[in-house]
Design a protein around this ligand. Structure first.
Ligand code: A2R
Length: 317
């Protein structure tokens, strides 16, 4: 299949490109000109990378014309909850208007329409009471961040582009995912970076962390991109699927596992400035509908994922 990935230079895009190549697909991708394309150059095999911006309709039309995709995975987004609080308008422009601009370019193109996977977020459910977890797709949408609200809006718009224009869009709501290549601003890379610096002697032997009580549903990014590829092959257009492990892991376990892998003794200190107020105490999704449809199941144990995140930071520091 000819697959086009938007936001290909990002954390997930790089893994998805490698995975789709390994499955024998022809991979095309685009990102905006100022994105960091360095990690993509490490991939073996032929990748066709184009430069385009979600706010430049002409560039989107050119990408679609040149790549003539049979399938599209839409990853390009402002993906940080923290940045969405600092830049709400830019976040909504990218995540909502950017997605609409992309769908408009697809709509103007020649038929048949390519199949599209819209990557949303399980954050759209917000703070769900424990008796309604693991969270199912029928749960009400009640975001608690500007990021999640923007993903909820784009998710709804994606459904309308399927209903009204017949673009075969499958919506996914992935839970947390981490792995090598993830930038700072997320718990595993933040802790792994501090450990790598302490091991090098370029940082304190004290790890600063935020609130470690919340339980989250963590998957390895490499399992997640396999889910996205399966969604392309087997997802039903118009449907929405949660994707996640179905297991809650306290952030404390993530931190303790990483610290146990350190080559120097470390202490862990709570840093109030790293606390994210309003985080749900528990956030675990029910991905059984997706599993039934595609046969997907996560394969990589969390300990392996965290080991790989730490190794990644050891080479980066
Ligand atoms: O912000 P940059 O320069 O790093 O570029 C990001 C790109 N992007 C855009 N591409 C084209 N036109 C735009 N206006 C535009 N704005 C942003 O999307 C980046 O290369 C990519 C997103 O990658 P990350 O920020 O690394 O996100 P990640 O973790 O790969 O997440 C992929 C998807 C997102 O939709 C998340 O919201 C979802 O998975 O969880």
């Amino acid at each position: 299949m000819r697959i086009l990935i938007s936001g290909i230079a990002g954390f997930v895009g790089t893994h998805l490109a490698a995975h789709c190549q390994s499955q024998g697909h022809a991979v095309w991708g685009f990102d905006r000109p100022e994105a960091d394309f360095a990690r993509l150059t490490l991939l073996k095999g032929t990748l066709r990378i184009l430069k385009a911006d979600l706010f430049d309709p002409g560039s989107l039309e050119a990408v679609l014309r040149e790549s003539a995709p049979e399938a599209i995975v839409h990853l390009a987004a402002q993906s940080s909850v923290g940045a969405s609080t600092e830049k709400p308008v830019a976040t909504w422009q990218t995540n909502v208007i950017g997605a609409l601009n992309f769908y408009e370019a697809i709509r103007q193109g020649p038929g048949p329409y390519p199949r599209v996977i819209f990557i949303g977020s399980s954050d759209v459910y917000g703070d769900v009471p424990p008796d309604r977890q693991p969270i199912r797709e029928a749960e009400r949408i009640a975001p608690t961040s500007l990021y999640a609200a923007s993903k909820a809006a784009a998710d709804e718009a994606s459904l309308q582009y399927f209903r009204i224009f017949g673009i075969p869009i499958v919506r996914l709501r992935p839970a947390n995912h981490t792995g090598p290549g993830q930038p700072l601003g997320f718990v595993a890379p933040d802790v792994a970076c501090q450990i790598a610096k302490a091991e090098k002697g370029s940082g304190p032997r004290e790890i600063r962390v935020g609130d470690l009580a919340p339980e989250k549903d963590f998957s390895d990014v490499r399992d997640m991109v396999r889910a996205y590829r399966l969604a392309l092959e087997k997802g039903v257009p118009g449907e929405v699927y949660n994707v996640g492990s179905g297991r809650g892991v306290a952030m404390r376990v993530v931190v303790e596992t990483l610290v146990s892998l350190a080559k120097v003794p470390l202490t862990v200190r709570f840093d109030v400035s790293r606390r994210r107020p309003g985080q749900p105490a528990r956030h675990v999704v029910d991905a059984s509908a997706f599993r039934r449809r595609t046969g997907w199941a996560p394969e990589i144990p969390l300990a392996t994922t965290l080991q790989d995140v730490l190794e990644d930071w050891r080479t980066r520091i």
